[in-house]
Design a protein around this ligand. Sequence first.
Ligand code: HEM
Length: 520
Amino acid sequence: METWFLILLTVSISLLLKAFVNLFSSSKKLPHTLPPGPFTFPIIGNILWLRKSFLQIEQIIRNLHLKVGPMVTLHLGPRPSIFIFDRSLAHQALIQNGSLFSNRPKALPTTKIMNSNQHTISSASYGPTWRILRRNLTSEIFHPSRVKSYSHARKWVLEILFDSLESNAKSGESVQVLAQFRYAMFCLLVLMCFGDKLSQDQIKEIEAVQQRVMLSFGRFNILNFWPRVTKVLLRKQWKQFFRLCKDREDALIPLIRARKKAKDERLSKKESDDYVLAYVDTLLDLELPEEKRKLDEGEIVSLASEFLNTGTDTTSTALQWVMANLVKHPYIQDKLLLEIKGVVGDGEEEIKEDDLQKMPYLKAVILEGLRRHPPTHFVVPHCVTEDTVLGGFLVPKKGSINFMVADMGWDPKVWEDPMAFKPERFLRSDDSSGQVFDLTGSREIKMMPFGVGRRICPGLGLALLHLEYFVANLVWKFEWKAMDGDEISLEEKLEFTVVMRTPLKAQISPRKRQGLDVLL
Ligand code: HEM
């Protein structure tokens, strides 16, 4: 074949290929429009948003949604924040395009310091570090057999909770329960995190620091506004912030070192007595794949602190909402009590974890509590790994995306009479196979109190176990009633989670076992 013909053929093919590639890429051009939202003046607008509480912002987003549709953009900071209401768009993003939508935005300066440069599970970018940290937690600590090995801790904490409630019950006065629920959940997580049963004074000291850390997110937010300027103008607040970081280290580092020492001693003795693996033990062994090094002490502090904080308020808030509804609707409490009685019989003092599997109504009560009162109304902000399109709008890499958790669980298209507390709706499974409700939203999202997809809460199973165990035991041990003339208000207030504006105050009295027959 002639050389000139070969050259011509090659040139023609490459021109054709180029034209084809251009045609294809132009059809994939991204739209330039962000989802609709209010116009904001840069800087001034950001300052105005800073002055609003998150519950106020939530209501503003809701009102905008009614006007502009299922996706809303706000300019809360230097970058756009997109909020998604639609369940199928959430499914498209988090389940069908999970790898694209599972990143986290760059942390603000104070959060970056608290989280050891985004070396915690919830703050880490989507990548090898996040994967190894998350896999360590789920496979080492949240594996069902490991969770079972902590059952002694749950029993111990239940006794602490019973003791404090009983002394309140004796006085005949109403009991404000949130602080006691929070403390119970905290004790459990401290034990799973550091292994040993610490003294109650020690636990209270750690709880106080952790509580301050959680509240600091709002308090020190102003420092992130223009760090170079705030470091000069708000020097005192920066000092307070670093003091808090130091206090947290002072509380947690001695426990981490004690655990390391115990581990070294055990290795030298080569004995395995009644040792139960704790979260910190796994962190001491962990190696970061990208940096090829072990975690430093600061990173272990951040991860332990994350473990304690993410699991305490969420679970105790959910527990309070469930118990409030049981006080508000005594017939639901009675129905639950009957189910428990049918499983454990009259003589039992306490409900065991294995019994919980035989209580479908209990599970329905917990699911209804999480649907109607999700402890967090948003997920932790996500961002995409590259500019993309969702619902016909641009989702830019330099922005954040969030999902309206509460609104999805209240969608009247899925839930009849959505604001009512009706556990029965979870007994009528619309799945003909009779399977339990799927919280992971893998086929369809109907509610997402734990998020869905790759960033779904890794503590989901543990949280459900804790809620079932404590609700069942609290109802079995005590009768829960409102004080005479008290109306249980379900109004909300935002703290670290969305809590009851008027905390639950209940009159509790120990149940007389034989008296239960009256209910049958
Ligand atoms: C009722 C209790 C709980 C609720 C409602 C809850 C809810 C959530 C939600 C909504 C997210 C964000 C998901 C997302 O960003 O898409 C999350 C993440 C997370 N939760 Fe929970 N949570 C609960 C209990 C727990 C417990 C007990 C722990 C551990 C002790 C835990 C540890 C975490 C962690 C580490 C993340 C970050 C996951 C990641 O970024 O990959 N949570 N949780």
